[in-house]
Design a protein. Structure first.
Length: 380
């Protein structure tokens, strides 16, 4: 049986998790594929040969990227070289647009078919990247229902496959979490070090206010892996009055399903909370220069993905200067004490979950990728 090399590039934890599920399905359909590339533990477990781990690749914002410019240039050149050496004719690129769109341009110019899973948020950044993507991508697999319309005039073939988190939430329905108090509040400070360093301190200050207003409250920090868990532990220990927080690794869905409320760093985690029907407060701080650049070009009214999907503010957002302990803690207390407000938020989250589609996103994506490989004569 002829082996089929397939480049897979996922530069962030969430992309690694979603791509890992797709590759597992794909290897069942086409056992002859030999995937290699950039990713983390999930892709490695799915059988991908990892050239650089996601721990090295996950950075946030312009200033952080600039500081690792020469490292990323070396990684980029290695990926291109590996494709040439392995005679790879297909690439599966997963989100991570700063790296992957540049890579797509170079590889497509060398005859590699570009399959792109999880669309970058081009609808927030403007039309420039939309035009670029239509030129350098052969097929785009998207996870939000409004995204195909973004590309409807470009000629790019776009498929809505559903959101992969739907499957993960179904798989965690029976998991139990032991809470250190009641009600239970989940803290999701981010999946990258820079996010956690900037967002967790304000969450810790806010939970002090919550604890004063609602004695007996229990707190759990849900983190993606041990390295982030250790960072959370260090920040908690350095806090002026170290809070009693249980840290749980790799079980975010189960934590959110059993929490009464959550403080969530904006991003994929807000979608996960919506699918868990967990009322949340969205908190986000980044480097001021990165924030200033973003405000100049971002063209959407909300930062939280859950609010963008809903088309309105379902959950309150506290971004940058507005991310103050008094405001964040007050919003959490309101979720726990104002029944009408809580019920309205839950109805909004229910609608968001409905819009995200049925389970099976990874399988549908794998079927499309397999069809592309077969169409090009790369598989029987």
């Amino acid at each position: 049986m002829k082996e089929i090399p397939l480049l897979v590039v996922a530069g962030e934890v969430s992309g690694d998790q979603h791509a890992g599920a797709v590759v597992r399905h794909l290897r069942r359909i086409l056992p002859e594929i030999r995937p290699f590339g950039l990713g983390g533990d999930e892709l490695a477990a799915a059988g991908v040969e990892i050239l650089h781990h996601v721990r090295e690749l996950a950075v946030l914002g312009f200033t952080e990227v600039l500081g690792k410019y020469f490292f990323f240039r070396r990684v980029f050149r290695r990926v291109v070289r590996e494709c040439e050496v392995r005679k790879c004719r297909h690439a599966l690129l997963v989100d991570y647009p700063g790296f992957n769109l540049s890579l797509a341009k170079v590889l497509r110019g060398r005859g590699v078919k570009i399959l792109y899973f999880i669309c970058p948020q081009v609808w927030a950044w403007g039309s420039g990247r939309i035009r670029l993507m239509s030129r350098v991508i052969d097929r785009l697999l998207v996870i939000f229902p409004f995204e195909p319309d973004v590309f409807r005039h470009t000629g790019l073939r776009v498929d809505f496959v559903g959101h992969p988190l739907v499957d993960r939430m179904y798989s965690t329905r029976d998991e139990e979490i032991r809470w250190p108090g009641h009600p239970g509040i989940a803290l999701l400070p981010g999946s990258r070090r820079q996010e956690v360093i900037r967002n967790l301190p304000i969450m810790l200050e806010a939970l002090e206010l919550v604890r004063e207003r609602i004695p007996g409250t229990g707190f759990v920090a849900a983190v993606p892996d041990h390295s982030i868990g250790r960072l959370v532990e260090e920040i908690c220990e350095a806090h002026s009055s170290p809070p009693a927080i249980r840290i749980i690794e790799g079980r975010t869905g189960a934590v959110l399903r059993s929490a009464d409320a959550a403080m969530v760093a904006s991003g994929t985690a807000t979608v996960e909370a919506a699918l868990a029907r967990c009322p949340m407060v969205i908190v986000y701080r980044t480097a001021w220069f990165t924030y200033w650049l973003g405000r100049m070009v971002i063209s959407v009214p909300h930062l939280g993905m859950v609010n963008l999907i809903a088309g309105k503010e379902v959950c309150p957002e506290f971004v940058q200067a507005q991310a103050q302990a008094r405001k964040v803690g007050g919003a959490v207390v309101r979720i726990l004490t104002d029944t009408a407000y809580r019920e309205e938020m839950l109805r909004g989250l229910q609608e968001v979950a409905r819009r995200l589609g049925a389970p099976g996103a990874a399988g549908r994506a794998a079927e499309i990728i397999a069809a592309e490989l077969r169409r090009d004569g790369g598989a029987p």
